[in-house]
Ligand binder design. Structure first.
Ligand code: BGC
Length: 374
């Protein structure tokens, strides 16, 4: 239900839209993000404890400095109450646009309502705020494709039948976690049904393995058994407890669907430390520097690169459009349970040892000097 309805002509829109934004941002230096002495845009990110969101902070700062804007970026540290306090403080400072990645999509509805009722435009950034009509716009990556990339990677590496498959998911409070899992399931389920893979760590997934399109409740059942809560320690403990229960035959060569880079490294370390695991393949996303190094070192198999610069550009572009009294273009809609939120979606790229240099270094996203053994 919470999925994209239409995503047509995405490139065309992306080009037209992004072009307009930058021309505007650069000419209007300093004005659009502040009105008088007041702060016009506030940004709230979920936590400093995950490199993913520090990447977003850094890219926001870079883009805003370049365009001459000053905005305030606050972190909620995994706490919806702190998130609400952050929103209230930004609204009190007079922001007209709020860019927010909710810690918990449903819990953030009240904060979005609060801002919206104060006349503030609310832009959901990367994660969707659910069950409220107070979301004006959503900038996101193509999360279903992220999950599909996990599944496809593992399928491409497997041959024969009876391959050991371990599934892990993100936090159930994050709408994205459902979409990632749904995307991965879309590709993996037929390969479970035909015997290529055997799921080792979720009885719910085994029970549902005859069905390709799962309901939200069904996805929730599996996620409930294999959630990492996006937390490295939870991921490590869960992987270790799965390995403790697994027999020697459930180990050997294993295929692991891990939901993001931070949890992938934790899970990979746990599997790598088990003497009965002879080889593991593990997925991830975000292209965090530590995972890029893991990929170079052969300790993580792949990551899905989500170019945060594009999301930042889209968020700033939408904010500026709102400040000018206009409505940003949408390339599709996401149903958040209460409304269809106009959205702009960005494509993603699978990165492995084979293309890590060309995609992440040669493109200028990261410096070669940040890594060893490239
Ligand atoms: C984001 C991922 C991130 C995860 C954990 C998701 O909503 O899309 O990029 O790894 O949250 O923070």
């Amino acid at each position: 239900m919470k999925k994209i309805l239409v995503f047509a002509m995405i490139t065309l829109f992306a080009l037209t839209f992004a072009g307009g934004v930058f021309a505007n941002g650069q000419q209007d230096s300093g004005k659009a993000a502040t009105s008088g002495n007041k702060l016009a845009v506030g940004i709230v990110l979920p936590t400093k404890d995950e490199p993913r969101w520090l990447q977003d902070e850094a890219r926001f700062k870079e883009a805003l400095d370049k365009a001459g804007y000053s905005v305030e970026i606050l972190f909620s540290q995994g706490d919806s109450a702190k998130e609400r306090a952050n929103v209230e403080s930004l609204v009190a400072k007079g922001i007209q646009v709020l860019v927010i990645t909710p810690q918990d999509g449903a819990a953030a509805a009240a904060a979005a309502d609060y801002a919206h009722n104060a006349g503030v435009k609310v832009i959901s950034y990367d994660r969707l705020i659910t069950n409220t009509k107070s979301v004006d716009y959503y900038v996101t990556f193509d999360s279903f494709s992220v999950g599909k990339a996990f599944g496809q990677y593992l399928v491409d590496k497997a041959s024969g039948t009876g391959n050991n498959l371990y599934l892990y998911a993100g936090a159930a409070s994050d709408n994205n976690a459902f979409i990632f899992f749904d995307g991965a399931w879309n590709v993996l389920q037929p390969k479970v049904a035909d015997g290529t893979f055997v799921i080792k760590n979720s009885s719910a997934a085994v029970e549902l393995s005859g069905k390709n399109k799962l309901s939200r409740a069904e996805l929730g059942k599996i996620i409930g058994q294999v959630t990492t809560n996006w937390d490295f320690n939870v991921a490590k403990n869960l992987a270790e407890s799965n390995l403790t229960k697994a027999s020697k035959a459930d180990k050997g060569v294993v295929y692991i669907e891990a939901p993001n880079d931070g949890t992938a490294r934790a899970i990979a370390d746990a599997f790598g430390a088990d003497k009965d695991v002879s080889k593991y393949y593990v997925t991830g996303q975000d292209a965090e520097k530590a995972s890029v190094q893991y990929i170079i070192d052969g300790k993580q198999s792949m990551t899905v690169f989500k170019d945060v610069r594009t999301l930042v550009k889209d968020a700033i572009g939408a904010a500026v459009t709102f400040l000018e009294g206009n409505t940003p273009e949408a390339t599709g809609y996401y149903d958040n349970g209460a409304m269809k939120v106009p959205a702009k979606q960005t494509e993603v790229i699978t990165v492995t040892k084979d293309n890590v240099k060309s995609v992440l270094i040669d493109s200028g996203y990261y410096k070669a000097s940040d890594f060893t053994g490239l």
